[in-house]
Ligand binder design. Structure first.
Ligand code: ZN
Length: 507
């Protein structure tokens, strides 16, 4: 049995989740649903990174205990499964899940057994916002380019990981596509980084600097494991890595695909550090690293550190899950940045979901009720003038498969949209109401049957992208026990926008 493991990154929980993370969750969900629909066994893994120093500082600022703080904040992330309709299989929380600490310790010991961990004195500039050391060349006027803050000068004895030893191996794994990094410009970025020379990196900090929060280094209680080492480990620890066994074999060692989704800002960690840690520990490496860009809102960067402005809960509550998912999938270019505005979300939803898809299904089902009392027309006649619509239906599976394989969700949804677009043209061209008027029964049956098949195809192909809307469309287009289609009901209502400040009351 083919099995595929799909992961999102695990976010710090120092602030509320923002739309940029919702993008990653929705992309991962589409992959999970799509692969399942092809008969592949899938595990969709997500979780939260509780062990960051940022969480400690945020808890201090809020005046609550760290565990209490991360428990409450993590709930805001894991709770996104409902408003975003995510088919997530498992969530791991790094501070409280018993699988995690034991797994991270085993990973540490496995790398130590390969002689890849050693202690040395280190001085460096550390940005807590990034949880990362920077060289002065990487700073701008002495400040972190992401956070605009002056990093802390840290001078202490740390554990180091012998990353340099894996330079050649990493290069060939990535250049050969054994680890496939998409889009290609991200692969080139990683290759350039490797060619620039890989230095061993610090993988612990003093317990004091970590404020006593995190996973202690096995056998060295004065040191806490670097939060990134700990966080990257989640991809294995969630599979019971500490204990071995079936989950590890099924979803990692023996999986045909191990797909990590991540934002461009954490590429180095996933494409360099993580595979090197796995090589050191004697484990197989990921097969796919799919990188997405960042979202801005009205041109401004959205991130937890810049103050989240777009709350995915609010959006889904106000505009609906389908509209939010549709915007994320239809408007964000493959691997690139995109600018979010409410206007764009509403226009997409109204133009394509309400007027395009919803209206089409409603028209077709209404006509079948009006002209055929709700009975699905039984016909063997060829529908007239249907080449373009037939083509859109026939080509959709292949186009969607190719696009999903390329992590191009815009192209994938375009193939579904094409069916709706062609079907709406087909209604306007064949004018079933005129056929009904002149009493051309055979031709009307053929046209209605052609249209219903197109609507059913939309229900099927839309499912990985908009599971809720797809289920409604499929129900609406499926004859019940009596052979009748359910009465037409609005499937994808229009969003009232802009809401007038003082809307006149009607009726
Ligand atoms: Zn920073």
């Amino acid at each position: 049995m083919t099995s595929t493991y799909i992961t999102t990154t695990i976010p710090y929980v120092n602030a509320r989740p923002h739309l940029g993370f919702a993008l990653e969750l929705v992309q991962a969900d589409v992959l999970a649903r799509y692969h399942r629909s092809t008969g592949v066994q899938v595990r969709f893994q997500a979780g939260t990174d509780d062990n960051s120093l940022k969480n400690v500082l945020a808890a201090e600022a809020a005046g609550v205990g760290v565990q209490e703080f991360v428990d409450a904040s993590a709930a805001a992330f894991t709770g996104l499964a409902e408003p975003l309709s995510l088919s997530v299989d498992d969530l791991i929380r790094t501070s409280s899940d018993p699988r995690h600490r034991a797994g991270v310790e085993r990973l540490w010991q496995a790398c130590a057994a390969s002689d890849d961990l050693y202690r040395r004195h280190y001085e460096g500039l550390y940005c807590i916002g990034c949880e990362q050391f920077y060289t002065t060349a990487e700073l701008k006027d002495g400040r972190c380019q992401d956070h605009g803050t002056v990093p802390d000068l840290v001078s202490e004895e740390n554990w180091f990981f012998r990353l340099s030893r894996y330079t050649g191996q990493l290069r060939s794994l990535i250049a050969s596509g054994t680890i496939r990094i998409e889009p290609a410009e991200r692969r080139n970025e990683v290759l350039a980084l490797i060619d620039g020379g890989l230095e061993d990196f610090s993988v612990s900090r003093s317990t004091e600097r970590a404020r006593g929060w995190g996973i202690p280094v096995p056998g060295d209680p004065g040191q806490v494991i670097y939060v990134w080492w700990d966080a990257l480990g989640n991809y294995l620890t969630a599979l019971d890595y500490a204990f071995g066994g079936e989950n590890l074999t099924c979803w990692w060692t023996g999986a045909s695909r191990r797909i990590h989704l991540l934002g461009k800002g954490v590429l180095r960690f996933h494409a360099v550090y993580w595979p090197a840690m796995l090589l050191s520990a004697g484990e197989v490496v990921p097969t796919d690293i799919a990188v997405h860009g960042y979202l801005t809102e009205n041109g401004r960067k959205i991130s937890k550190s810049s103050g989240a402005t777009v709350d995915p809960y609010d959006l889904a509550g106000k505009y609906g899950t389908d509209a939010v998912r549709w915007w994320l999938l239809r408007e964000v270019p493959r691997g690139a940045d995109a600018d979010f505005t409410i206007d764009r979300l509403v226009s997409r939803a109204n133009d394509e979901l309400a007027n395009g898809l919803g209206n089409l299904v409603n028209r077709v089902v209404t006509m079948i009720h009006r002209y055929r009392d709700g009975h699905v027309p039984a016909t063997t006649a060829r529908a007239p003038d249907a080449a373009a619509l037939d083509g859109a239906v026939r080509n959709a599976p292949g186009l969607i498969a190719g696009a999903v394989e390329d992590f191009d969700f815009r192209r994938a949804t375009e193939a579904v949209w094409q069916i709706a677009d062609e079907a709406n043209r087909y209604v306007n061209r064949t004018r079933p109401w005129d056929l009904a008027k002149v009493g051309d029964r055979a031709e009307l049956d053929a046209v209605l049957s052609e249209l219903l098949l197109a609507c059913q195809a939309i229900g099927t192909h839309l499912a990985p992208f908009l599971p809720d809307a797809a289920a409604r469309i499929t129900r609406q287009c499926a004859p019940g026990g009596t052979g009748l289609l359910p009465s037409p009901s609005p499937l994808l209502p229009r969003i009232a926008w802009p809401v007038p400040a003082s809307a006149p009351a009607h009726g």
